[in-house]
Design a protein around this ligand. Structure first.
Ligand SMILES: [Fe+2]
Ligand SMILES: [Fe+2]
Length: 160
């Protein structure tokens, strides 16, 4: 059995992670609308798909909190201030850093869960980290294409 203080520590990191996911949803959807407005439809739809992954992650963390204690209300706070008005050359490097930060934190959070007798939450962090790694790969590859190929890459991102 976990002690009250162990449970509190696990719930704290689950809420921190949920808050990072909620931030990701809003940040990526903002970028989705901006890229769509600039006619980079393929990039815009990739951002929307990733925002939906973050929605599933936010939900999974909330469900885990409810499993631990059904009387708790999962956080609704965003982990950071939303950055608006980014252009196509800024977005992918920015998101690469966000995903790197997330993977690093989820590694720490998994460790905290194990130290506090909750291997189930630890596994959840590890499972979600695999998907964050896929996001990271997509963002860093796209940032590299934009940097190295420039307009010839961007010209292929229009249309459905
Ligand atoms: Fe996520
Ligand atoms: Fe992600």
């Amino acid at each position: 059995m976990s002690t009250k203080s162990q449970i509190a520590k696990v719930v704290e990191v689950l809420n921190q992670a949920r808050s990072m996911e909620l931030y990701g949803i809003v940040q990526y959807m903002n970028q989705h609308y901006g890229l769509g407005g600039d006619d980079y439809e393929k990039l815009a739809s990739a951002l929307k798909k990733i925002a939906k992954d973050e929605m599933k992650h936010a939900e999974a963390f909330a469900e885990r909190i409810k499993d631990i204690d059904n009387s708790l209300e999962p956080t609704t706070a965003l982990a950071g201030k939303i950055t608006t008005g980014q252009n196509v050359t800024e977005i992918f490097g920015f998101n690469t850093e966000a995903e790197e930060d997330t993977i690093e934190k989820y590694g720490e959070f998994a460790k905290i869960c194990r130290e506090n007798a909750d291997p189930v939450s630890a596994v959840l962090f590890e499972k979600i980290s695999v998907e964050e790694q896929e996001h990271l790969n997509y963002f860093s590859d796209t940032a590299a294409h934009i940097k190295n190929l420039g307009n010839s890459f961007l010209a292929r991102q229009t249309g459905e």
